[in-house]
Write a protein that binds this ligand. Structure first.
Ligand code: ADP
Length: 512
């Protein structure tokens, strides 16, 4: 043992408590030959040790508060065999608990210091409380209710508070003046009534049982006491599991909330950045045209630039609107009708053709030579096609190629958009369908919100379809969407229900 530790007040105090307690245990052991009957003493001692199994430890920030029936059983020894016998039982209970390791705060197994201190502390407290008990019993009339109850209540309060005082001193000596005894006492006050009740009721009932019915009385009274303690322990552990579960849920929700806040921040950053530059160009060109209307003759491309910027803004706004439509749970609101997919495809292709031409990108289309009937939301189909083809053009350098193919196989429409563009780095591929994800190197190449593909995927899946991507950085990407189609051409009605969007009465038909 390290000699310098003897100079530490904490360690000296620990030794004093340990040896003073052991001294009282020795007193009890010396009295053992006079215990009569010894079998009752030994039976109560064994039951006290056994009942430690039901000890409940509730963790507080500074310590673990134990609710032990063992001490209540030990208290029953005071009127029968004196405070020395109770001190022996308190030490035995501490030893039993030491072997059981109940709760995280009792992980002092294998460590002699807490064992010595706890055994000493419990023995001292029970011995002193026992002395007071006996003197009260002598003074009060045993035939009155007060005479029967008061000694137990006072003993229980005294035992509980003495124990707590000794714990307070050791915590104070170990942790220094930052520990306020008064604050700690107040914080732990809630536990005192429970402990006092266990001690007074348990100890009193057992002592009465032994006096009236001998060894049989102990066994009969012991059962309900120990079962109630066990029920309390089960209740506390259930509550703890419930609280842990709640804590996990709160942590998860906090994570989700933080993620949502980050997404919102990223979204706002994207918005301010990507909407600002087209707006600046539009306002710049508009001011020039206002001031020098004749400039349009010399620089007609200014109009194209304004239109292009307007298109970029429209795209961004459309994506935001689509995102709004996607409910929080990923559900999509749809207006499904049966229609010919090729007509929608042609319309989208007409729109994107201009973008392809402005970059001299060769846009080829195949598979639109027959009708493909589908039961879907027309606007959604337009968005899917438009997003995939616009992306292909956006992320392909000038003079590149974009090929769009439509094939049908096993009641599925396979829509493929292949480009010869920048491609997607392998590490980004798993995330391209995530909201706000943009390949870092693409940010300076094209404006965007990182929402298009997330929306596209949600729309495809809302139609029981599937979308995937393959890509090689520097060579190009290929997006493949599979959507269920109708096996046969449906019966066409002339007054077909018209979906929102552009008018195409000749193609829109009702589900057969
Ligand atoms: P954005 O508005 O940024 O285009 P998207 O959700 O449509 O948002 O796309 C997400 C990211 O995926 C893009 O920023 C880009 O980095 C990458 N990406 C999408 N389509 C292509 C493509 N055809 N070729 C290369 N990269 C692409």
């Amino acid at each position: 043992m390290n000699k310098t530790r003897f100079h530490q007040p904490y360690f000296l105090y620990l030794l004093v408590i340990t040896f003073a307690g052991l001294g009282l245990v020795v007193v009890g052991l010396i009295q053992f030959p006079q215990f009569n009957p010894k079998s009752v003493f030994l039976l109560i001692l064994a039951l006290a040790a056994f009942s430690e199994l039901t000890t409940t430890i509730i963790n507080t920030p500074d310590r673990g508060i134990g609710f032990e029936v063992g001490t209540a059983v030990s208290l029953a020894l005071i009127p029968l065999f004196g405070p020395g016998a109770a001190a022996v039982a308190a030490a035995v209970c501490t030893l039993a608990l030491w072997f059981m390791k109940i709760g995280s705060r009792t992980s002092w197994r294998g460590n002699w210091e807490p064992l010595g201190f706890n055994a000493g502390m419990h023995s001292i407290a029970i011995y002193l409380a026992g002395v007071v008990f006996l003197s009260l019993q002598q003074r009060l009339d045993a035939n009155t209710l007060i005479g029967q109850m008061l000694p137990w209540i006072v003993t229980a309060v005294l035992y509980d508070q003495l124990n707590f005082a000794m714990v307070l001193v050791i915590i104070r000596l170990k942790q220094g003046p930052k520990v306020s005894p008064m604050v700690m006492w107040k914080e732990n006050l809630w536990a005192a009534p429970i402990n006092i009740m266990i001690l007074a009721v348990g100890g009193g009932a057992l002592a009465l049982a032994v006096e009236r019915f001998g060894a049989t009385g102990i066994t009969i009274f012991f059962m309900p006491i120990v079962l109630s303690a066990y029920a309390f322990r089960l209740y506390v552990s259930q509550m703890k599991a419930h609280m842990d579960n709640l804590e996990t849920i709160v942590a998860q929700r906090t994570d989700e909330l933080q993620k949502a806040m980050q997404e919102k921040d990223a979204f706002l950053a994207v918005l301010t950045h990507d909407m600002k530059s087209p707006l600046t160009s539009i306002s710049m060109y508009a001011s020039m045209l206002k001031e020098f209307p004749q400039i349009i003759q010399q620089k007609p491309h200014m109009i194209d630039a304004v239109l292009h910027n307007q298109e970029t803004l429209t795209n961004i706004v459309n994506n935001i609107l689509d995102l709004e439509k996607l409910k929080a749970d990923g559900q999509v609101t749809m207006e499904k009708v049966v229609f010919d997919f090729t007509s929608v495809a042609e319309r989208v292709l007409n729109m994107v053709q201009v973008q392809a031409e402005s970059k001299s990108i060769e846009l080829t289309v195949s598979g639109l030579d027959r009708r493909i009937f589908i039961h879907a939301d027309q606007n959604h189909m337009e968005r899917i096609l438009n997003n995939l083809i616009t992306n292909a053009i956006k992320y392909t350098p000038a003079n590149g190629r974009v090929a769009v193919t439509f094939t049908t196989q096993d009641h599925l429409l396979i829509l493929q958009v292949q480009d010869s563009g920048f491609g997607i780095p392998a590490e980004d591929l798993p995330y391209v369908f995530d909201r706000f994800h943009r390949v870092v190197s693409h940010r300076k190449l094209a404006a965007g919100t990182g929402l298009g593909l997330a929306i596209t995927k949600a729309l495809v899946e809302a139609h029981d379809g599937h979308i995937e991507v393959t890509s090689t950085e520097g060579q190009g990407s290929c997006f493949t969407a599979r959507l269920p189609v109708l096996p046969h051409a449906p019966y066409i009605q002339t007054n077909a229900s018209k979906p929102s969007g552009q008018k195409r009465p000749q193609h829109a038909v009702n589900a057969a």
